[in-house]
Design a protein around this ligand. Structure first.
Ligand code: HEM
Length: 421
């Protein structure tokens, strides 16, 4: 699941002759912008042809794509979360980097014929790059706001470096990062192509730090997909098609105590969480259900029959039906004092990386959530610190990031409000 800045890649890089960032990548990025995109008609037809790779999601907007997929469209089936360290020397080069990333994301998510100039396309996707529902969601970590680029005064006010919670087993090599790209698409080859394309066009400006790949299980048999513990996961989520809910819970509004450039962005928490599925599977299902707070097969609340029923605790103050320390009740206790820290948007992906180096089963999920305030996530995670579920999970990596506002039009680029003068 996780790739770490491998040394062999360094030599592979030089043998492939990756260009110096300032020398070649900027020009290549501009050339990428001129590559012929799929026509609007093809893109429109894409909605009806989800499996042939032509689905494309609009790149321009107030918000970046890849977060809110209005129903009935689901999140794309595969994802790569790739964290990078930024190595450019100054603000000017950082601005250039964001411009190049914008051009690449615009081209890759629209598809088309790779240009004849710039780094050669690897043709992994054939002669024409298919968008395949690709979204590239760019976010920045707290470390980008250190002394290097003079950005400290522009840091989102709640952005910080993820700390270890109780029971975490964080591995430093798969934590944090200056920049996170969340790539989501219909197929894995499209993610790999996008990743390689970004590397080829950014030269030495970006050094991969860690990567976490995931997939979405299909609904079994219907409704919300299951996680690797066998529970339907992602039921109680804001309605991504409801702008009011999304504005209240996810997007940063225009006038807040946040720096003005952040409007339209959101805080992102990513946690790589290993599940001890073999131990979990020895636990009787009734006990598992009390740990989670929902029925395993149906996803219903413990007193219900269907996943569409909302858990309600007013008649159960002592937790006789839904235990007070069950996962869902700690995440969202439905009490007045937790009302402001109980809503966020979860969009996690499952992973398997078995055997691990010790020969053990390594299965889990890349927990991913977005919220208007990072403090919402932190408060919720703190409530979950000693839940019974901790016996069966082990958070090993991830980080906190700020998802940049959307790219508005052809003149705009990622982070313009942040790095522009
Ligand atoms: C680490 C492993 C985790 C697993 C296996 C897991 C699994 C689940 C499951 C099965 C549900 C019930 C179905 C649903 O409503 O989606 C659920 C609900 C929920 N989880 Fe998690 N979750 C995990 C981590 C987290 C974390 C880290 C957070 C946030 C800090 C979180 C927040 C929530 C919330 C807000 C709900 C809905 C509560 C409600 O309003 O009913 N989960 N989770």
């Amino acid at each position: 699941m996780t790739d770490r800045s491998p040394d062999p890649r360094e030599s592979a890089r030089s043998s492939l002759g990756r260009r110096s960032f300032l020398g070649g990548a900027l020009a290549a990025g501009a050339a990428g912008a001129m590559a012929s995109p799929l026509t609007a008609d093809a893109a429109r037809a894409a909605g009806a042809a989800a499996s042939d790779g032509t689905t494309s999601h609009p790149f321009y907007g107030v918000h970046q794509a890849g977060i809110d997929r209005p129903p009935p469209t689901q999140a794309q089936p595969v994802a790569s979360f790739v964290s990078f360290d930024v190595t450019v020397p100054g603000r000017r080069e950082l601005t250039g980097l964001f411009r190049v990333l914008t051009e690449r994301a615009r081209f890759l998510t629209s598809g088309g014929t790779p240009p004849g100039t710039g780094p050669r396309d690897d043709r992994l996707l054939g002669g024409t790059v298919v968008p395949d529902g690709l979204t590239v969601t760019a976010a920045v970590g707290a470390s980008l706001f250190d002394g290097r680029y003079g950005l400290a005064a522009r840091k989102p006010v709640q952005l910080e470096t993820m700390r270890a919670f109780e029971h975490d087993d964080l591995n430093p090599v798969e934590c944090h990062g200056d920049l996170l790209l969340q790539l989501c698409a219909g197929h894995r080859d499209v993610l790999v192509h996008a990743f390689l394309d970004v590397l080829a066009h950014t030269g030495d400006a970006l050094r991969p730090r860690w990567r976490a790949d995931g997939f979405l299980n299909p609904p079994r048999p219907s409704g919300t997909p299951r996680d690797m513990l066998g529970f339907k996961d992602g039921i109680a989520n804001p309605d991504t098609g409801n702008a009011q809910q999304m504005n209240q819970q996810v997007w940063i509004p225009p006038r807040t105590n946040e720096p003005a450039w952040t409007a339209g962005g959101t805080y992102q928490a990513v946690r790589i969480v290993r599940f001890f599925v073999e131990q979990w599977n020895k636990v009787p299902v009734g006990e598992q259900e009390r740990v989670i707070g929902r029925r395993k097969v149906t996803g219903a609340p413990l007193y219900g029959t269907d996943e569409s029923q909302d858990p309600v605790y007013t008649n159960d103050p002592q937790g006789r039906v839904t235990p007070l320390n069950s996962h869902i009740r700690l995440a969202n206790p439905q009490t007045p004092d937790t009302a402001s820290t109980s809503a966020l948007l979860r969009r996690s992906y499952q992973y398997t990386r078995t055997p691990d180096p010790a020969g053990d089963v390594n299965i889990g999920h890349v927990f991913c959530c977005y919220q208007r305030e990072l403090n919402t996530y932190i408060a919720m995670q703190t409530r979950l610190e000693n839940e019974p579920l901790v016996e069966y999970i082990s958070p090993t990596g991830g980080g906190y990031f700020f998802v940049l506002p959307g790219v508005r039009n052809g003149e705009d680029y990622y982070a313009r409000g942040l790095v522009g003068t």
